[in-house]
Design a protein around this ligand. Structure first.
Ligand code: HEC
Length: 85
């Protein structure tokens, strides 16, 4: 895992807290921008199915994914939203 600036982490933490109610790829993109975490294209490259996408999300040890991992339904919705079946 690359070193992250503290500012970026707190901005993201705030973002997650502020947006957990309305899920969707928009909630992920603050971190999944290709710098901090893999972007949409990369995620689709690594995961060919929605199931694999959800599993990958739940398997990551990164603390920034903690609040998201619990919401399997939201993860599935995002998987479908970015074009995975
Ligand atoms: C607060 C920042 C943050 C947010 C918001 C966030 N993620 Fe992540 N996510 C990460 C980080 C950091 C990783 C670990 C990346 C790594 O290990 O290279 C990760 C990993 C993942 C992985 C596993 C990637 C792989 O191929 O192993 C998936 C899938 C994923 N996130 C999906 C999502 C989805 C879907 C959302 C929105 C509902 C989301 N993430 C929101 C930070 C975030």
């Amino acid at each position: 895992m690359k070193k992250l600036s503290l500012t970026a982490v707190s901005v993201c933490a705030f973002f997650v807290l502020a947006t957990t109610a309305s899920a969707g790829w928009n909630t992920c993109v603050a971190c999944h921008n290709g710098t901090m975490a893999p972007n949409k294209e990369k995620l689709k490259e690594n995961n060919k199915t929605a199931e694999s996408f959800v599993k990958a999300a739940q398997a990551t040890q990164n603390p920034m994914m903690k609040s998201i991992q619990k919401d399997e339904k939201a993860l599935k919705e995002v998987a479908n939203e970015i074009g995975l079946k």
